[in-house]
Ligand binder design. Structure first.
Ligand code: ADP
Ligand code: ASP
Ligand code: MG
Length: 464
């Protein structure tokens, strides 16, 4: 079975939804079982929902409810454009969305009244976009006579109760997927469901974190032992850099799981970092494709071994990415000098607050590190101060150069740093991985670094 995930832009209008239908229908005609279709919210909707929650909690209930007015209109327009020719169906779909809008208004009023927006409430609010978009797409499939079933993802995607970034419970998901997904798919019915959302064992809505629809697709893919997981988006594949920043970025035809994981983790937004994990564990290939150019081959992500044997050493650098808004911490202490156990104490503090460290560099008397999540930062800093002096730099960026077998090649680091001009490097972390060389710069220097590195490693050759 194929798992096909369509992102926000790919369901951003009735026209795009029609493209989704054509792509899915084409895939369906080439296989015995029908695909599982995992959908995001229409582009901009998750942001609007989160904004509504924030307005409600800051006593701007009017502003929050206005967001709902705009969302009603956006979805009504899509229904009108996509289903307007079948008035009965259009009304049926519009009626099926109404309870979600009403629930949303009730929650926002509650949030405003109590002046409290818990992570649980944020999930209840932000997860609605996928329910809305998927119902419209299912309506479009229906009127065009393509056999399909709409599935509430929460019936299958069981998670723990870590609201905001819930962890799926794979064993149970696998069991549930048999009846809810595999069975209808074998009967030739396209299963249309939502990314991003799940529910805990009490049936309360959870979300897998921003950009989490890719992760949903991978979890579902692993549960049904998919032949391939396809991530349909608004670019031609995984590229040598973010094409919004570097217009001359090129599509990478093949990447290994590890390279893709590093790139996704260190800023290539095109893929949610956790997507790779369930796919690697089960050896399922992931393909990234463009909804607006479905005939382009896209990027295939597969076992590192297979990629290496196919193009060997030809491509030392695969891509350059940046992760912005990072916090760097510098801990220095003379207690460290000639002593052991210092790093252990540092790591214990981060462990205590369930905060993972991204990059680390050490010297005899200091440790520099970066963290992405800052919820527990105040407590972490308080505890670190018992160990030594702590300096903090907020809002910095990690720039990562991802490639292959760096350790075996001489001069990659030299080449990277000499390609940079007028960039102040705050911290360097290289050598830990054979495929990633990362350094920290100010947010302002990040874009400049990427452009300079891209120009150096992927020079644009004049095409005749
Ligand atoms: P979707 O809504 O389909 O999930 P996203 O906005 O999450 O799409 O991801 C696609 C975007 O990722 C692209 O529009 C592009 O700007 C950005 N992006 C960042 N880095 C890369 C990269 N290395 N390759 C391709 N796209 C990238
Ligand atoms: N709609 C969610 C978000 O914007 C999930 C996703 O699209 O991947 O974060
Ligand atoms: Mg995305």
């Amino acid at each position: 079975m194929l798992v096909m995930k369509f992102g926000g832009t790919s369901v951003g209008s009735a026209e795009r939804m029609q493209d989704v239908l054509s792509i899915v229908n084409n895939a369906k005609s080439q296989s015995k079982s029908a695909p599982l279709v995992v959908l995001s919210a229409m582009s901009g909707v998750t942001n609007a929902l989160i904004r509504a929650g924030e307005k409600a909690v800051s006593k701007d209930l009017k502003g929050a409810l206005n967001e709902v007015v705009d969302l009603r209109k956006k979805h009504a327009d899509a229904i009108e454009a996509g289903l307007g020719k079948d008035l009965t169906k259009a009304k049926q779909i519009a009626d099926s969305l109404e309870p979600h809008f009403e629930e949303l208004e009730i929650i926002l009023k509650g949030v405003s009244y109590l002046g409290e927006l818990s992570k649980r409430s944020v999930d209840a609010v932000s997860g609605m976009g996928e329910l809305l978009s998927s119902k419209i797409v299912a309506g479009i499939f229906d009127v065009q006579g393509i056999p399909s079933v709409w599935l509430d993802a929460r019936e299958v995607m069981l998670t723990d109760s870590t609201f905001g970034r819930a962890n799926p419970i794979s064993e149970e998901i696998k069991k549930r997927a048999k009846t809810k997904i595999t069975k209808p798919s074998k009967e030739g019915k396209v299963v249309i469901t939502q990314g991003f959302i799940g529910s805990n064992s009490d049936g309360v809505t959870t979300t897998l974190g921003r950009g989490g629809s890719d992760y949903s697709a991978a979890i579902f893919g692993a549960a049904v032992d998919a032949d391939e997981i396809q991530i349909w988006t608004d670019v031609d594949g995984m590229m040598t850099s973010d094409p919004r920043l570097v217009p001359e970025a090129e599509v990478i035809a093949e990447v290994g799981f590890q390279e893709a994981a590093e790139l996704a983790y260190f800023g290539a937004k095109v893929l949610h970092p956790l997507t790779i994990k369930p796919a690697i564990e089960q050896g399922i290939a992931v393909r990234i494709l463009n909804t607006m150019r479905p005939n382009n081959p896209g990027t295939i992500i597969k076992a590192d071994r297979e990629v290496q044997s196919s193009d060997g050493d030809k491509r030392p650098i695969c891509a350059i990415a940046a992760k912005k808004g990072i916090t760097a911490l510098f801990i220095s202490s003379f207690k460290m000098l000639m002593a052991h156990g210092f790093l252990l104490k540092v790591f214990e503090i981060f462990d205590r607050y369930s905060t993972s460290i991204d990059l680390i560099a050490t010297s005899e008397v200091s440790v520099s590190l970066t963290v992405d999540r800052t919820e527990e930062l105040d407590s972490i800093i308080r505890d670190l101060k018992d160990l030594g002096e702590v300096k903090i730099l907020t809002d910095v960026s990690i720039v990562s150069v991802v490639g292959r077998q760096f350790r075996d090649k001489s001069g990659i680091a030299g080449e990277v740093f000499s390609a940079l001009n007028n960039v102040n490097i705050i911290m360097i972390s290289g050598g830990a991985s054979d495929i990633n060389l990362s350094f920290v710069v100010s947010n302002e220097d990040a874009d400049k670094s990427i452009k300079q590195l891209h120009k150096h490693f992927f020079p644009v050759t004049a095409k005749v």
